[in-house]
Design a protein around this ligand. Structure first.
Ligand code: ZN
Length: 608
């Protein structure tokens, strides 16, 4: 594979039916003592060891026409026998992971992240490389195009051909989509943006482009007005059911329900479309916060093993705060809609007693083994650095606004993080954000951080929101689907209902317990995740009637609960009770007074 670059790759969908990419790596000047090759164990942005090398099916090497022996050193590293000329390595990669994190190939499309398909040549990771991306063979695929932000070297726009990257780090930060996706182009702050939608859908893509243009412009303004990218691509995969995103420097990969995309004639975004806009907004905010403003611990990334930082409450939490906030600030959604979404986040945090045991700094550090490996006990043991991190950001923002008389806000903190770290390529030390907040605000926020970031106290949202004319209250859940939201004006109060306090899923006719919260009647009785409920109070209890049956029992009375645990019938003494007040309602105070109203306008950037 002769080329001017010292490293070049060729990748081709070899068998779409067998989900195999054929990849060749050409190393012009292999290491004299034998070239070592490695593949990442994880992909930046998703803090879990995924061992992408397990999908390499076969691998061989040669020098000209002579075979070169290859020895495997560990799960993701190979050493080639020394050779005198250029080294060529051929391998097959299995791609059947329909997520934003790996590779996927079938007769409808191909998608890959470089971390799944491109072996790194050890010691030469800083070298520029060329990538020849070939189309699949066959008339059926003549219409396939290619969407990526990899710079083109010898390829038509949206076409197969040769692309380039300045280094291995750059190479793996531009995922590639190939197939018959739909395209919508738009401009934001003078920079070309593009949406590529893969999968069946009937979305109003012009509406989507308009809304995304507003959101992108809002984020660019927050960070000072200049987009630090020449182009941006939203790579969307629309499926029946799915949700997820992964950020990159100049693009993001997103998976969504096709029903969450806007339908023609859609007015104010419903919950599904709002969720999708929030996801796009989230990944775009990452363009600064984590892709360019980076924890010092990630500079450079060590992709062979876990790398721990306490700062994900900033890089994911602050991003989660600004994702929805930007939607209301740019006018894509109404303040009431924003409060609905915010209330659901508060409820999600309040539902887990893990928040009283783990701080968001600890949750960040242990993301690899805890947040990314959640089991049935997760809500009792850990806190989400996304959800609580967003509430910490909200409390911090409102505190700074209050204590500086509106002169400073979290927006100034983000802008300064960009100027001092992101724009200058300087990683953020573990205590860097806390010091910078004090510096930018002129306040001493030590107590705030020790309570809500390193400690496990709940941020004082009720008094802080009151200062911007927003009411908050916590009440008992009215059913398993009740996550709170906007308080309905003048709605009659429904009385609390007795509950067993466990979360469950429907399996056939059964209610199968999935989560037993600390302190719940279910836990006191001894019920466990995996138990299938058969009867309560001697009566058949299934997924269809469990809630109603429990709600009708007299409070304080203990009744038998029959369950199958594995294949054993067990009887427990259950005493249902009212659920705790962990469901959040928010509302806009209609007459908050001039001062609070002014603060609300400054916070939401809204005149209404
Ligand atoms: Zn994120």
């Amino acid at each position: 594979m002769p080329d001017s670059c010292p490293i070049s790759y060729r990748i081709r969908p070899m068998s779409l039916e067998a989900h195999l990419f054929e990849v060749s790596l050409w190393v012009g000047r292999p290491a004299r003592d034998g070239q070592v090759l490695w593949l990442p164990a994880w992909i930046p942005g998703s803090y879990m060891i995924r061992d992408f090398a397990r999908n390499i099916v076969t691998l061989s090497a040669r020098c000209e026409t002579d075979p070169v022996a290859v020895t495997k050193l560990d799960k993701q590293t190979w050493r080639c026998t020394p050779c005198s000329g250029p080294l060529e390595v051929d391998y097959l990669v299995y791609g059947w992971d329909l997520s934003v994190r790996a590779a996927h190939l079938d007769t409808t499309h191909g998608y890959f992240n470089g971390t799944s398909v491109f072996l790194a040549a050890k010691g030469q990771e800083h070298e520029p490389c060329a990538v020849d991306i070939r189309p699949p063979e066959g008339d059926a695929y003549l219409g396939w195009r290619l969407a990526t932000t990899l710079p083109r070297l010898a390829a038509p726009e949206l076409g197969f051909g040769t692309y380039r990257a300045d280094s291995y780090d750059a190479l793996i930060d531009h995922p590639v989509e190939m197939g018959t996706f739909d395209l919508v182009d738009f401009e934001a702050t003078g920079v070309p943006h593009r949406i590529a939608i893969t999968g069946r859908h009937r979305a109003d893509s012009q509406r989507l482009a308009r809304d995304l243009a507003s959101i992108c412009t809002e984020h660019v303004a927050l960070f000072g007005g200049d987009l630090p990218a020449q182009q941006y691509l939203f790579q969307v995969s629309a499926v029946g059911d799915g949700y997820g995103g992964l950020e990159h420097r100049d693009s993001s990969s997103l998976i969504c329900k096709r029903d969450d995309l806007p339908c023609p004639g859609e007015g104010e975004p419903g919950a599904g479309y709002r969720r999708f806009l929030g996801l796009c907004s989230h990944e775009y905010f990452h363009l600064w916060n984590v892709k360019r403003i980076v924890p010092a611990r990630f500079v450079p990334y060590d992709l062979t093993k876990e790398v721990h930082t306490q700062l994900l409450w900033v890089f994911e939490g602050f991003t989660s705060y600004y994702d929805d906030l930007a939607l209301v600030r740019c006018g894509c959604i109404q303040p009431e809609s924003y409060l609905e979404s915010l209330a659901e986040t508060v409820t999600r945090v309040m539902r887990g007693t893990g928040r009283l045991k783990q701080s968001v700094a600890e949750s960040s550090f242990d993301a690899w083994s805890k947040f990314y490996k959640q089991d049935e006990n997760a809500s009792n043991a850990i806190v989400s650095y996304y959800a609580k991190g967003a509430l910490v950001a909200l409390a911090l923002d409102l505190s700074i606004r209050m204590d500086t008389g509106g002169a400073r806000s979290l927006d100034d903190v983000m802008r300064t993080l960009w100027q001092r770290h992101g724009a200058r390529g300087i990683g953020v030390p573990e205590d860097g954000v806390e010091r910078l907040v004090d510096d930018v605000s002129g306040l001493d926020m030590k107590v705030f951080f020790s309570r809500y970031v390193h400690g496990t106290e709940d941020p004082p949202l009720e008094p802080l929101l009151a200062e911007v004319g927003v009411g908050l209250r916590l009440r008992a859940a009215r059913g398993p689907q009740d996550f709170g939201g906007l308080r309905a004006n003048g709605a009659a109060e429904s009385p609390p209902r007795l509950s067993l306090g466990a979360r469950y899923k429907t399996v056939g006719d059964f209610a199968e317990i999935t989560v037993v919260p600390d302190g719940s009647p279910a836990q006191e009785a001894g019920l466990s995740a995996g138990d299938r409920i058969l009867a309560v109070d001697g009566l058949r209890a299934g997924a269809d009637n469990l809630e109603a049956l429990v709600a009708r029992l007299p409070r304080g009375e203990t009744v038998p609960a029959h369950v199958f645990r594995r294949d054993e019938l067990m009887i427990f003494n259950l005493c249902p009770d009212f659920p705790p007040a962990d469901t959040c309602e928010l509302w806009l105070e209609p007459h908050p007074g001039a001062e609070r109203l002014a603060r609300r306008k400054a916070w939401l950037h809204r005149e209404d």
